[in-house]
Design a protein around this ligand. Structure first.
Ligand code: OAD
Length: 250
């Protein structure tokens, strides 16, 4: 029996604008740690002591080192089937927006061209100095201490969004706009607990559009969506690709 109901497959074939929202579960099959659940990052460290502006100003070296360890883990990781199918979806649907909470850039490595990175990237740094400096830049080399801003000399911090901080405004506006305009919304590998990202499916839900969740566990969204699949992202997405391409009976 297929995971994917026939009627929904037909809706997907007719769909003009699809949105995919991803979370850490999409990178789990690449060996990148998730945040919550058994073995998750927030089981080992307190996020308030590692992922806040106050944590960085209190102990920049410790916070930088923790992010550096994550950069090293991610640098060795390769995209998995889930990333690959999501990159393929960009060409399949006439309109497509990928919104990610992930900071590992594995979507880009798999070929996704314009992911909206709601929580920034491990591969960016941001100046902690005077806000008017505003320096954000891509930084790919691995270094053990927080570097200094080439413009103003203040410390550079990881270019990720921390607890208590706002999301990059334009990125968020584009994500909301895509959610408002979509015919179908996928929520893949996210615990759907962190706002505002977790609110994005609300608009398509209120418009009666199909919202499809793929997650190995139940989430607060599971009971409210059109279809909630208990599956690894790679498996469910590979099966979807084959069905949409007509390689498997629906
Ligand atoms: P979480 O770690 O909260 O959730 C990962 C989700 O992926 C869980 O619901 C798992 O059940 C699911 N999962 C695990 N393996 C999977 C697989 N192979 N296939 C499908 N699902 C799988 O990660 P996020 O929801 O991304 O923010 O967390 C949201 C934000 O909270 C993160 O961006 C981060 C974190 O604190 C910041 O650092 C600001």
């Amino acid at each position: 029996m297929s995971l994917w109901p026939r009627k929904l497959l037909q809706e997907l074939r007719d769909c003009h604008k699809a949105v995919v929202l991803t979370g850490a579960g999409v990178s789990a099959e690449s060996g990148v740690s998730t945040f919550r659940g058994a073995g998750g990052l927030w089981e080992k460290v307190d996020p308030m002591k590692m992922a806040t502006p106050e944590a960085f100003s209190g102990n920049p070296k410790a916070v930088w080192e923790w992010y550096e360890a994550r950069r090293r883990q991610v640098a060795e990781a390769a995209p998995n089937r889930a990333h690959e199918v999501i990159a393929w979806m960009e060409g399949y649907f006439p309109g497509f927006t990928l919104v990610t909470q992930n900071v590992d850039r594995l979507h880009q490595k798999a070929g996704s061209r314009w992911p909206l990175e709601l929580h920034g990237s491990l591969w960016m740094v941001r100046c902690t100095g005077n806000p008017s400096c505003g320096e954000w830049e891509d930084r790919h080399e691995l270094v053990n201490l927080p570097p200094q801003c080439p413009q103003c000399g203040a410390l550079l911090r990881p270019g990720v969004v921390w607890f208590g901080e706002g999301l990059p405004q334009q990125t968020w506006d584009e994500a909301e706009e895509a959610a408002r305009a979509c015919d179908v919304f996928f929520v893949i590998g996210t615990s759907a607990l962190v706002y505002p990202a977790a609110a994005l499916p609300e608009d398509p839900l209120s418009r009666g559009k199909p919202v499809i969740e793929i997650n190995t566990e139940e989430t607060p969204l599971s009971g409210r969506v059109t279809l909630s699949l208990r599956s690894k992202a790679g498996e469910a997405l590979e099966s979807l690709r084959e069905l949409l391409l007509g390689n498997k009976p629906g």
